[in-house]
Structures are given as C-alpha cells and as structure tokens.
Write a protein that binds this ligand. Sequence first.
Ligand code: GNR
Ligand code: NI
Length: 168
Amino acid sequence: MAIRQILEFPDPRLRKIASPVTVFDEKLEVLIDDMFETMYEAQGIGLAATQINVHERLLVIDVSEEKENPLTFINPRFEIIEEELSEYDEGCLSVPGFYETVSRPRRIKVSAQDKKGEPFEMEAEGLLSTCIQHEIDHLDGKLFVDYISTLKRQRIRQKLEKEHKKSA
Ligand code: GNR
Ligand code: NI
C-alpha cells in the first residue's frame, strides 16, 4: 500500500470532472487500498480520487469513531429524500486548516457500485450524508469553499498560496 499526495486548493486539478470507472480489476483494488491508507493517515473521514489526482469516479469514507467502517462508493449518485437541510462545519483535506458552515440536504439515497462492480443502494443522513455529498462534489470539481462568500474564499486561497510558497 502507499500513501498518495493530496492536492490542495487552489490547485486547478481539483477542478477536473472525473470519468466513470469502467474496469473493476486488481489495479482498482490497489487504488482503493491506497485511498483508505491516505485518508486514515491524514485523519480524514472521506477521500475522493480527485484529491489524489486520479480523475475517476470513486470515493472512500469512514465516519465511525473507531475507524472500523470503511465504505467504498464507485460511480456514486444520490437523490434527495428530504429537502430539509443540515448544517455542518465542513473541513477538507484539500483545504487544510479551514472550516466553514455548509448546508446540504439532510437525507439522501445513494446508488453506487462496490469494488467488484456490484450495484448497491443505501440511505444516509447526518454526517454520512454530508460527507457523501462533499465527496461527490470533488468528483465534479467542486469544493466546500464554493458555498461560502467570495471574500472568505479569496482569503483562504491567499493564505494557502502563501503556505505553498513557503514549503516549495
Ligand atoms: O475529513 C473530512 N472531514 C469533513 C468534515 C465535515 C464535512 C466533510 C468532511 S470531508 C473531510 C475529508 C475530505 O476532504 N474529503 O474530501
Ligand atoms: Ni474534501
């Protein structure tokens, strides 16, 4: 297994739209294992392939306290079950150190494929619902900072650009 580098805002590669996964092979399983290792090491609760510069439609999530409930979603889509919104202070491994409140539909039904290509559906609410929507946004080139004011987003961009120059 390997830890992959996580792209950081405002890297333009985070804006690419990912393509569907069509081949369910050993290489895909290695990618999934690397994504879990990278996510756990970074202490995140989710990771989209886009964040490690792989522009394919898959994501991994583990919102459990004990980090014992790994979930893999390939070619995920969701429908809103309840229009009611929930607010979460969202963070992102690609926007390190910044947290902002984002409102998203509270309950969704997710349809996806597992690592063997087998379709499945599940309902999600609360933090899991938020996290799935946050990750699917990544596959569409979107970030949580797109939901906040332009002024806040520009401040975050400036601060991260400064950090990136320092460590370059
Ligand atoms: O680790 C993460 N925490 C988090 C908290 C609230 C809402 C969404 C998230 S996802 C984030 C990991 C990440 O950047 N996934 O793309
Ligand atoms: Ni993120």
